[in-house]
Design a protein around this ligand. Structure first.
Ligand SMILES: [Zn+2]
Ligand SMILES: [Zn+2]
Ligand SMILES: [Zn+2]
Length: 345
């Protein structure tokens, strides 16, 4: 009901672009018996065994419903959307699984905290060791010595000293992991999320992603400090927003080139096989650090950003246009040749 204001229900008023279908979904869930049905079906579900189908009478018992007529009414409301009906009984539908899963992921099975813990990564600005900490449902990598790359005035509203923020690291990600494992899991998740958004797929809902480069028009960071205008060290950042669920994330523009084919060939030639995982925390910890890039706006109209990665005396340069496409690759070539070409500019 776009723009509709007739019903007077606060749900309809507030829904906006989320629309009546979403409102209906929330209404269906706003009842204790229905939530109990979803949780009981979740409890009965065994990933090893498959569906976890529960008969009507068994489900009624599990929920402890005294009035089976009333119970049947609520079950019927959920059927077709959050609950599937089979010959042998009832099971969570995919949407039902997602509802329960998202609450569990978002709240964790127990309270999720992580005190600041040093990690095997150094601050790109001052070289001191970084630490990770979890608060406000975000995983931060922070430097205790310098002011980091992102601050309170950045769009991510990060605490002082923040180097990176993992904006949607769920509390569930802390469960059963040491701080080191949390760090490695966060790095893997961020790497894969980046790989999805640069290909136009939302990591949260598979919806379509819209991307744009944002340039700080007043970028003027004093030496060794962040820019006062944008709160970051990056004059140009890539921003990705899901057109369906509003998932959004931003990275320095150079991140766009992290898994470009030319970059992958460069890593390979420099002895990095590109495999990473919890079983190889060392490689994973170095993943972003080793191939850290420099970026520079070389043209404003049309926008062109030159990204340079350097390793063992060689550089690879990739030129990005305003649509975040790599339109030119130079190298690999010796560092001296890159310096000479910078001198030409
Ligand atoms: Zn630092
Ligand atoms: Zn700025
Ligand atoms: Zn989405």
């Amino acid at each position: 009901m776009p723009g509709g204001r007739a019903s007077g229900s606060p749900l309809d008023e507030a829904a906006g672009a989320a629309g009546p279908h979403t409102v209906e979904g929330f209404k269906l869930l706003s009842d204790e018996t229905r939530l109990a049905i979803l949780l009981a079906l979740w409890e009965a579900y065994d990933p090893e065994e498959g569906r976890g189908t529960v008969s009507f009478s068994d489900l009624c018992d599990r929920v402890g419903a005294a009035d089976s007529g009333n119970f049947a009414y609520h079950l019927d409301k959920l059927a077709g959307r959050f609950v599937d009906e089979h010959e042998a009984g009832y099971a969570l539908s995919n949407a039902g699984h997602r509802v329960v899963r998202s609450v569990i992921a978002g709240t964790g099975l127990e309270e999720a905290t992580l005190e600041p813990t040093e990690i095997p990564r150094s601050c790109p600005t001052c070289g001191d060791p970084l630490e990770i900490t979890y608060r406000d449902q975000r995983l931060y990598q922070r430097c205790s010595e310098c002011e980091g790359s992102l601050g309170p005035s950045s769009p991510l509203r990060a605490p002082e000293g923040t180097v990176t923020v993992h904006d949607d690291f769920e509390p569930a990600g802390l469960a059963g992991r040491t701080p080191e494992e949390v760090f490695v899991a966060g790095t893997i998740d961020q790497t894969l999320a980046l790989a999805l958004v640069v290909r136009g797929v939302c990591p949260a809902c598979t919806g379509s992603i819209e991307d744009a480069l944002h340039v700080c028009e007043d970028h003027d960071p004093p030496v060794g400090h962040r820019c006062g205008a944008c709160g970051t060290r990056d004059e140009v950042r890539a921003r990705y927003v899901c057109s369906v669920c509003k998932f959004n994330v931003s990275y320095p523009a150079w991140c766009v080139t992290l898994d470009h084919p030319a970059s992958l060939a460069f890593y390979h030639d420099h002895g990095f096989e590109g495999t990473y995982g919890l079983e190889d925390p060392e490689t994973t910890a170095r993943l972003w650090e080793r191939f850290r890039r420099r970026q520079q706006i070389v043209d404003r109209d049309p926008l062109r950003v030159r990204v340079v990665v350097e390793d063992a005396g060689e550089t690879l340069a990739l030129l990005l246009d305003g649509e975040l496409d790599v339109i030119e690759v130079e190298g690999p070539r010796p560092v001296a040749a890159e310096r000479a070409s910078l001198g030409d500019r």
